[in-house]
Design a protein around this ligand. Structure first.
Ligand code: FAD
Length: 675
């Protein structure tokens, strides 16, 4: 029987990356159910080029797979999270610091860890990200030798790569007595790498072999002596027909193959076909792997040797050239955009999906409404009851994170009034899909919304759900729309207007969310920049309100920077303030990592063109302290989701608020003069 529920892909290893590529190129093959990839980082490194990266031959981005973008292309949701285990009875994947994910089918490709890493002093080569960080901190000219512990294939390759990276540093390779044959010893000798056997008590790099993460055995699965889950020839876990595994974390019991990237790549196609068949209720096919795989191993010296099982050739330049060609072609296969399905039209999501200011204002006038002058409506009472509403089409394909971001964004209207959020109601529109999938989407969304409310002592007190009548996108999770009505209290609400001459203008976080997400949709944002931006957006700003309130009457005006960008929202503040000019210190306005480069390249959110009307403020009361670059002008109108608060306050309050370790940055001053 075909199990209902989403297909979860745990780990963005080689097999899953190739699976995603297959579905990006052939969307008709993707299972007709929700598919989610969970990985701890937004990038995965291609192992064949790792020694070349260590040697300094490749840049990191040349071997980094952009998993969220690959998922977008494949119509798969991406969740950045640490997997802690599997509850196979409840069919849940357990995640760190967030709710578990329910699955109908689960596929594991989480790779391996370094063997004995807990018992030895040193930094393990796996996870690679930590090891690369450790190597980057080393001094190439340190007179102390640098030691690599472990003389298996990875240890030898890393030692040779390090020789190329650090031509002048003494290198030691710690092997077991008699471990290395004469040919390998000769290669190491030529590279001036000393072979040693005695352990030392100093920081080393541990290349001591690999074993699977212990949570696999702890989850109750049958494992081998290295903790790898045992699979049958269909790549299913023994005794669990809905669970599959491949790569270093698994081993086929009847035909074991060594843990290596080659086998993770080889098993990708049989895994893909069997997952597709399992989702469609069709018969699975046995995988009969070859006995040996051909492997090319670089020496770090523009040569490589070829090995198959125990047999191996001498090192030749020609083989190194061949290895480079194969590895580069592997990576190029992931960036052949033309062969993948065309991207969705580039209409931006999140707060960038708001109606531009001009049609909004016109429609409100037509309807006899003057518009909402403040960030939240003051319903009266003591303390004053404040209410606001906000929401947008899903910004990210992870429903829990999307629930959090929408909630944080909606709360910021009340924070801008100096209010403490007390409660919220939600209207959640779900994509038309299977009821079990809708239940999971709703559960994840509500958990995300609640997590934001709970951390500020507020609660979700009601709401409604709807099923969308628009076509369901891929991934389904992008069809979610969340809107929140948020309630709060303040004994002395701040207004948008009320800026006074001499005030300092402070911003609580960087700008650039709009362009970062526009670039992410186009696949040109650096994953680490998107990750850093999301990290900032995902932080609540409620604690800033309490800190501002300590300054009492010294806080003159406040708003949050959202869809209309800094200049648009500053304009709203000016409309409510009397005879004020602003000098903006463009050189002090902070931007999210990568945002200025993207703006300089001409990228922009789809809402930015309409927001550029706000540049007219620069011909009036807003002056810039220096001639701005085009990128800087664009930053001023970039729409923000979960954007900064902007506050106008006395110089005394500003001095205290911008003190060390504070989030606040002064970006300008107010003067008098504008009529
Ligand atoms: C220095 C070095 C050089 C190597 N060179 C080669 C080579 O030239 N050729 C070769 O064939 N093999 C090579 N290998 C071996 C190769 O790295 C592995 O065999 C290969 O990466 C295994 O692929 P995989 O798909 O199983 O998992 P991986 O490539 O390890 O990917 C696993 C993914 O899962 C993620 N993940 C892991 N745990 C969790 C968790 N708990 N929660 C969320 N996400 C998680 C990781 O972040 C990672 O993205 C080398 C290994 C080393 C150390």
């Amino acid at each position: 029987m075909t199990p209902s529920g989403p297909l979860l892909l745990a780990g963005g290893g080689h097999s899953h990356a190739l699976l995603l590529k297959r579905w990006a190129m052939n969307p008709q093959l993707r299972p007709k159910r929700g598919v989610v990839l969970v990985n701890r980082h937004p990038t995965a490194l291609y192992s064949g080029m790792v020694p070349g990266l260590i040697a300094g031959i490749y840049r990191r981005d040349e071997l980094s797979l952009n998993l969220p973008h690959l998922c977008d292309r494949a119509g798969v949701a991406f969740v950045q999270a640490e997997v802690l285990g599997v509850d196979s009875q409840r069919q849940h994947l357990l995640l760190q610091e967030r709710p578990s994910l329910r699955f109908g089918l689960l596929s594991l490709d989480v790779g391996a860890e370094t063997r004995n890493a807990d018992d030895l002093a040193g930094v393990p080569i796996k996870p690679l990200e930590t090891a690369l960080q450790f190597l980057s901190q080393q001094d190439p000219h340190d007179p102390e030798p640098f030691r690599i512990v472990g003389a298996g294939p990875a240890g030898i390759e890393v030692a040779l790569a390090l020789r190329r990276r650090w031509p002048n540093r003494a290198l030691e390779l710690q092997a077991r007595t008699g471990q290395l044959n004469a040919t390998t010893r000769a290669i190491l000798h030529r590279a001036e790498i000393q072979c040693v056997t005695d352990p030392i008590d100093q920081p080393t790099l541990l290349c001591t072999g690999s074993r699977a993460p212990s949570w696999l055995a702890d989850s109750g699965f049958a494992v081998d002596h290295d903790g790898r889950v045992l699979t049958n020839p269909f790549l299913q876990l023994e005794g669990y027909p809905h669970l599959f595994a491949s790569g270093d974390c698994a081993v086929m019991e009847s035909q074991p193959r060594p843990a290596s990237g080659v086998w993770a790549v080889r098993s990708a196609l049989p895994l893909a076909k069997n997952l597709e068949a399992a989702c469609n209720g069709q018969r699975l096919k046995r995988w009969k792997p070859q006995r040996h795989a051909l492997q090319l191993v670089g020496t770090g010296n523009n040569t490589a040797w070829m090995q198959r099982g125990r047999a191996r050739t001498q090192a030749f330049t020609l083989l190194w050239t061949l290895k480079q060609q194969i590895d580069r072609a592997f990576m190029a296969g992931f960036s052949q955009e033309s062969s993948m399905v065309a991207a969705q039209p580039m209409a931006c999501r999140g707060c960038a999906a708001k109606l531009p200011a001009a049609p909004l204002t016109a429609a409100l006038l037509q309807a006899g409404l003057q518009g909402q002058a403040e960030d939240a409506a003051n319903l009266g009472g003591t303390p004053a009851l404040l209410q606001s509403v906000d929401g947008f089409p899903a910004l990210v394909s992870d429903p829990w994170l999307n629930g959090r971001l929408t909630s944080l964004h909606a709360c910021s209207d009340l924070w801008a009034c100096g209010a403490k959020v007390t409660s919220a109601m939600a209207v959640i529109t779900l994509p038309a899909s299977h009821p079990t999938e809708q239940q999971e989407l709703l559960h994840q969304t509500l958990a995300g919304v609640q997590s934001v409310l709970v951390e500020q002592g507020a609660s979700l007190i009601g709401g409604h759900t709807l099923e969308s009548r628009s076509s369901t996108p891929s991934p389904t999770t992008l069809g979610l729309q969340v809107a929140l009505s948020v309630n709060g209290q303040s004994s002395a609400p701040w207004a948008k207007g009320g800026i006074q001459p001499g005030d300092a203008l402070l911003l609580s976080r960087p700008l650039g969310v709009g362009v970062i997400f526009a670039a992410a949709m186009a696949g040109v944002a650096k994953p680490k920049d998107v990750e850093a931006t999301l990290r900032t957006m995902n932080q609540s700003q409620h604690h800033l309100v309490a800190a501002l309130q300590k300054h009492g009457a010294d806080i003159h005006a406040c708003t949050d920077v959202t869809g209309f960008g800094l200049l648009g929202h500053l304009g709203e503040m000016l409309q409510g303030s009397k005879s004020i000019t602003i000098q903006l210190w463009t050189d002090r306005i902070p931007a999210h990592p990568g945002a200025m480069d993207l703006l300089a390249q001409g990228l922009a959110s789809s809402l930015a063109p309409a927001n550029r009307d706000a540049w007219s403020w620069l011909e009036g009361p807003v002056q810039l302290n220096q001639s701005p670059s085009q990128a800087c002008l664009e930053l001023l109108v970039d729409p923000q989701t979960c954007g900064p608060l902007i506050v106008a306050c006395t110089a005394t309050a500003a001095e205290s608020l911008t003190a060390q370790d504070s989030a606040w940055i002064q970006v300008g001053t107010a003067g008098s003069g504008h009529g």
